[in-house]
Write a protein that binds this ligand. Structure first.
Ligand code: PHE
Ligand code: FE
Length: 298
């Protein structure tokens, strides 16, 4: 990550929480003027590639969001400018961070309608794959949908739910993380126009944007809350199963109830493998499993 100099740290201290340990928020200032020409070219290249690929693949809400922000090929966007649009629309705010945050810090940001975005961008030789989220994934992948009021509320509810799950225990946290994985990161949505992508992990990847809709190998299965919360996933390959929602309203309403009893129930059950198809599934596509890795998933 030595693309640019280290940005200035701006750590906010909070003093109103008594003896509870206060974690650093991880927030830095986006060191915009230190991006190199190569950094901006990487953004432009990735942006152009996905912008050409995604019409007819990504859902309308995502494509609309991209347009409304005016993200384009003019180099890496300034978070402060995007925040003008975002704040007015849904009250969310982008904050720059170094990278992955501790769970409870991440949840606290979301619960307060702050979305953490890694400030650094991948190298030109990493256009197709990198193992940790960079600016392109975080910004291009996640941020357009934050302009959608229902999705924006879902993300905040997820943050609050995360704080709660964190307090319940590691199994609850794992169940909740699977929900994030199969919706926010790798979700598909069934629209009048056909199956579309809304997951950030997909829209920020050229290969998976094609694979998730066109390949015969993976399962495409109707979304079910407990089904998803009890299903393992792959972090090192394309997904073996994609879960399909009918609408963002459905996602928001289905996840509204208190998860506490669900966490307790799922503790008694072993998780499904990523590639499993169950008798109770609403199957859009039963995958051929061609090319699937056979070792264990997360
Ligand atoms: N309803 C969930 C709970 O009680 C919170 C949540 C909402 C989690 C939306 C994820 C998404 O824990
Ligand atoms: Fe992500």
């Amino acid at each position: 990550m030595e693309t640019s100099r280290n940005p200035r740290r701006v750590e906010h201290q909070q003093t109103d929480r008594g003896y509870v340990p206060v974690y650093a928020t991880g927030v830095v200032e986006q060191p915009w003027s230190s991006y190199t020409r190569t950094d901006h070219e990487v953004w432009d290249t990735l942006y152009r590639r996905q912008r050409e690929l995604l019409p007819g693949r990504a859902c309308r809400e995502f494509l609309d969001g991209l347009e409304r922000f005016g993200m384009g090929e003019g180099g890496i966007p300034k978070f402060a400018e995007l925040n003008q649009v975002l704040g007015k629309a849904t009250g969310w705010e982008l904050v720059a961070v170094e990278g992955l945050l501790p769970d409870e810090v991440f949840f606290d940001h979301l619960a307060n309608r702050r979305f953490p975005v890694s400030w650094w961008i991948r190298k030109p030789e990493q256009l197709d794959y990198l193992s940790e989220p960079d600016l392109f994934h975080d910004l291009f992948g996640h941020v357009p949908l934050l302009l959608n009021p229902v999705f924006a509320d879902y993300m905040q509810a997820y943050g609050r739910g995360g704080m709660k799950a964190f307090g319940i225990g590691p199994e609850a946290l794992m169940n909740l993380t699977r929900l994030y994985w199969y919706t926010v990161e790798f979700g598909l949505i069934n629209t009048d126009e056909g199956m579309r992508i809304y997951g950030a992990g997909i829209v920020s990847s050229k290969g998976e944007s094609i694979y998730c809709l066109d390949a015969p190998a993976p399962n495409r299965i109707g979304f079910g809350l407990e089904r998803v919360m009890n299903t393992r996933y792959r972090i090192d390959t394309y997904q073996q199963t994609y879960f399909v929602i009918d609408s963002f309203e459905q996602l928001f309403e289905t996840t509204r109830p208190d998860f506490t009893p669900i966490y307790a129930k799922l503790k008694q059950h072993t998780a499904h493998a990523a590639a499993d198809v169950l008798g109770s599934d609403r199957v859009f596509n039963r995958g051929t499993r061609e090319g699937f890795a056979t070792d264990a998933d997360t």
